[in-house]
Design a binder for this molecule. Structure first.
Ligand SMILES: Cc1cc2nc3c(=O)[nH]c(=O)nc-3n(C[C@H](O)[C@H](O)[C@H](O)COP(=O)(O)O)c2cc1C
Length: 185
């Protein structure tokens, strides 16, 4: 059976390098691995615990996000850093997932990419911390920080840096190996 991975970009920009990285991951995924990119980040309501209690069903967009994560064998995030943190839209999405449990033991890749030399390392660390609180399965091999990303992609979002391509493929392969091994047990 095919392995399904959900890609979630932390950027809403139409020419986002992070979304382009996830598209590149989808294009390079090996046979038997399907990477789908989540589209609804900007459609989620602002999180409030009151909207997520027994007797009040959250919005369809929230249920769809939860269903897509539950149905995926693994998830890969790729996020920019805004003012040393993760973008608010991404944190809002994560807040909807804290109590609902979709990330429990979910193999999860975490990428950050930035035009700066730091690669968005503060946002990367913050995202890893938040996902680990939700008990996502994040190994060292599932993590990637990409500095000076604009020198590694062309204007159409194609990767021009062979090392980056190898790193992304390695991340995908580590995630899928984990999913495949888990299926054997
Ligand atoms: C409001 C704002 C804050 C930013 N803060 C940071 C930052 O703290 N660190 C960083 O590396 N880049 C920062 N950037 C630059 C982003 O990394 C850059 O816009 C990047 O291309 C965004 O990712 P995207 O191409 O996927 O949209 C910031 C950009 C904006 C608009």
């Amino acid at each position: 059976m095919a392995i399904s991975i959900l890609g979630i970009s932390g950027s809403l920009r139409s020419s986002s390098s992070n979304t382009a990285l996830l598209r590149a991951c989808a294009a390079m995924a090996p046979a038997g691995v399907k990477i789908t990119i989540y589209e609804g980040l900007d459609k989620l309501p602002y999180f409030s615990p009151e909207l997520d209690t027994e007797g009040s069903s959250p919005a369809d967009t929230v249920l769809s996000l939860r269903n897509q994560i539950r149905a995926a064998d693994a998830v890969i995030f790729s996020t920019p850093e805004y003012a040393f943190g993760i973008p608010g839209v991404l944190k809002n999405a994560l807040d909807w997932l804290v109590s609902s449990g979709e990330f429990t033991h979910k193999p999860t890749g975490v990428i950050s990419a930035s035009p700066l030399a730091t690669g968005g390392d503060k946002a990367h660390a913050s995202l890893v911390q938040t996902l680990r609180v939700m008990t996502a399965d994040i190994q060292e091999e599932y993590k990637l920080i990409i500095p000076v990303v604009r020198t590694k992609m062309d204007q159409n979002g194609n990767i021009t840096n062979p090392e980056l391509e190898r790193s992304l493929l390695a991340l995908i392969n580590h995630l899928t190996a984990k999913v495949s091994n888990a299926d054997l047990h």
